[in-house]
Design a protein around this ligand. Structure first.
Ligand code: AMP
Ligand code: GLY
Length: 429
C-alpha cells in the first residue's frame, strides 16, 4: 500500500513511525513533513490546503490511502474534493467530509448536535452581531467564570474563560464587533463553565463501526501546575488513572454511541478519527469539544500503546470493515514531554540548531517543528519542537524516561514542563 500523510507535527511523525512498522506499507509520503518524517518517508514540499497539489501527489505516487493529520483540510472539504473526481474513486481517505468536519469546524453546530442527540455537555447559547445586545444582557447575569467560544477554527485560541463579567463582555464584543478571530468569530457560543478533570478519548470510525483507542490526558498550559497561556499541548499521558473501565464504559454508552447514531441520522458517513475532549465530573462524562482528527501530543502516547498493525486498522476503516479488525492495547504507560521554543506560545525564534536527539536512549523522539538545514543539521522550525515519549511499566518510570530525554536534547531557548504526569502520580497514591 502507498500512503500519504498530510501534516508536519509530532502527530504526523508518530503516524509515520507506526505505519512504517506495518508489512502492508510499501511507500510512505508526508506532506510537508518535518526532519523526523524525512528519515522514515519521502517528504513532499506541498501545502496540505492546496488540494490540487495534493491530488497531483496522489496521482504521481499511486497513493492508496490518504491520512489527513490536521483539521483544516477536512473543514475545507478535502474529502469532498476527492469524491467529486472519478479518477480518485479507489482512494481511501482517513478523515470526515465537510459535513462531518463541522463537529470541529463549528462550535455552534457541535453544540446543536449534542443537544439534539442528548449528549451530555455544558449548557450554552449562541449569539451573532445581530443579537449582540441580547448577548451582553445574557452575560450580565451569567454565573462566573464564563466560557466564550468563537464558532470557527481559531488555531486553538478561540476559547476564552473569563473570571469577571467585564472581561467576558469585552471579549464578546471583540469577537462579534471588532472581528478578533475574523469570520471564525461571527458567531460566539457562551457556555457554562464545567469543573472537573479533563480527558481525551479517541475513536476510529469506518462510517458504520468503530474502535475505541487508548485515552490520554493533555497538558495544555505553558506553565507548570497548569498556569499561564494555553498552548497546542505541552505533554500527554496514557492511560489515565481516573478513567477506569467503568468511566470509559459510560463514555462509550453516553457519548460515543449517541454521537455515531447522531452522525448517521444527519446523513453523515463518518470515516476517520473522532477526538472527544471530556470533563469527568464526579464520574460522569461531559463533552467539552469534538475534534475530527487525532490530538497532538496525545497521538505520541496513544500510538506507542497500540500493539496491533495500525495501518491494517486504517485500511479497515477505509474499507468499512473495522468490525472484523482486532485492536490490541498495551497495558504499559506512555508519557510525552514537549520541548518548545523560548517565547512560545507567543513570539519565538526559529533556526536554532538541535543537538543530542540522536543520543537519547529508550525513548521515542517525535519531531514537530524541525527542519533540515542543508541536509546535515536539524534546526527548530516551530513553537513545539519535539515530543519525547517514554514507555514503561509504571507511570513513574515513563515520566522519568521522558524527562531525562527532555533534559538531554539541547537547543537555544529550549523550554519544557517538568511536571507532566506528576498530578497523576499523586492521583495514584
Ligand atoms: P479548546 O480550544 O476548545 O480545546 O478549549 C480549550 C480549553 O478550554 C479546553 O481544553 C478546556 O480546558 C477549556 N474549556 C473549554 N470549554 C470549557 C467549559 N465549558 N468548562 C471548562 N473549561 C472549558
Ligand atoms: N492536544 C490538543 C489538540 O490536539 O487539539
Amino acid at each position: 500500500m502507498n500512503i500519504l500523510i498530510l501534516g508536519s507535527g509530532g502527530r504526523e511523525h508518530a503516524f509515520a513511525w507506526k505505519i512504517t512498522q506495518s508489512p502492508l506499507c510499501d511507500n510512505l509520503f508526508v506532506a510537508p513533513g518535518n526532519a523526523g518524517t524525512s528519515e522514515l518517508a519521502t517528504n513532499l514540499p506541498i501545502s496540505y490546503n492546496d488540494f490540487d497539489a495534493v491530488a497531483e501527489a496522489v496521482e504521481k505516487n499511486s497513493i492508496d490511502l490518504l491520512l489527513v493529520g490536521p483539521e483544516e483540510p477536512l473543514v475545507l472539504g478535502i474529502v469532498n474534493y476527492f469524491e467529486q473526481r472519478s479518477e480518485f474513486k479507489k482512494l481511501k481517505i482517513i478523515g470526515p467530509d465537510k459535513a462531518g468536519a463541522q463537529l470541529e469546524g463549528s462550535k455552534d453546530f457541535s453544540k446543536m448536535f449534542m443537544q439534539k442527540y442528548g449528549i451530555p455537555t455544558a449548557s450554552s447559547r449562541t449569539f451573532t452581531a445581530e443579537t449582540l445586545a441580547i448577548g451582553l444582557e445574557y452575560l450580565e447575569s451569567h454565573p462566573l467564570p464564563i466560557v466564550l467560544k468563537a464558532d470557527g477554527l481559531a488555531a486553538g485560541k478561540g476559547v476564552i474563560i473569563a473570571e469577571k463579567h467585564i472581561d467576558a463582555e469585552n471579549a464578546f464584543t471583540e469577537m462579534l464587533v471588532d472581528g478578533k478571530f475574523g469570520s471564525a468569530g461571527n458567531k460566539v457560543v457562551v457556555e457554562q463553565f464545567l469543573k472537573g478533570i479533563e480527558l481525551s478519548v479517541f475513536v476510529l470510525c469506518d462510517g458504520e463501526h468503530y474502535k475505541m483507542l487508548p485515552e490520554a490526558k493533555d497538558y495544555k498550559r505553558i506553565g507548570e501546575n497548569d498556569t499561564g497561556l494555553n498552548t497546542g499541548g505541552m505533554g500527554a499521558v496514557s492511560p489515565v488513572a481516573f478513567a477506569d473501565a467503568n468511566f470509559l464504559r459510560r463514555v462509550e454508552e453516553k457519548v460515543v454511541k449517541p454521537t455515531l447514531l447522531g452522525l448517521k441520522s444527519e446523513g453523515i458517513k463518518y470515516v476517520g478519527f473522532i477526538f472527544i475532549g471530556l470533563m469527568n465530573i464526579k464520574g460522569e462524562p461531559y463533552v467539552i469539544e469534538y475534534n475530527v482528527r487525532m490530538g497532538d501530543p496525545e497521538t505520541e502516547v496513544v500510538l506507542p500503546r497500540i500493539q496491533s498493525d495500525f495501518l491494517a486498522l486504517l485500511a479497515s476503516a477505509g474499507k468499512g470493515t473495522l468490525n472484523d479488525a482486532e485492536i490490541k492495547i498495551s497495558p504499559q504507560v506512555a508519557v510525552t514531554t514537549v520541548l518548545v521554543s523560548g517565547g512560545y506560545p507567543e513570539e519565538y525564534e526559529k533556526g536554532k540548531v538541535i543537538t543530542g536527539s540522536e543520543k537519547v536512549e529508550d525513548v521515542f523522539v517525535y519531531h514537530a517543528g524541525t527542519t533540515l538545514n542543508g541536509n546535515t543539521e536539524i534546526v527548530t522550525n516551530g513553537g513545539r519542537v519535539m515530543a519525547l515519549t517514554g514507555v514503561a511499566n509504571s507511570l513513574e518510570n515513563a515520566v522519568h524516561k521522558s524527562q531525562r530525554a527532555a533534559q538531554a536534547v539541547q537547543f537555544e531557548g529550549k523550554y519544557f514542563r517538568h511536571d507532566i504526569g506528576m498530578d497523576l502520580i499523586r492521583y495514584n497514591d
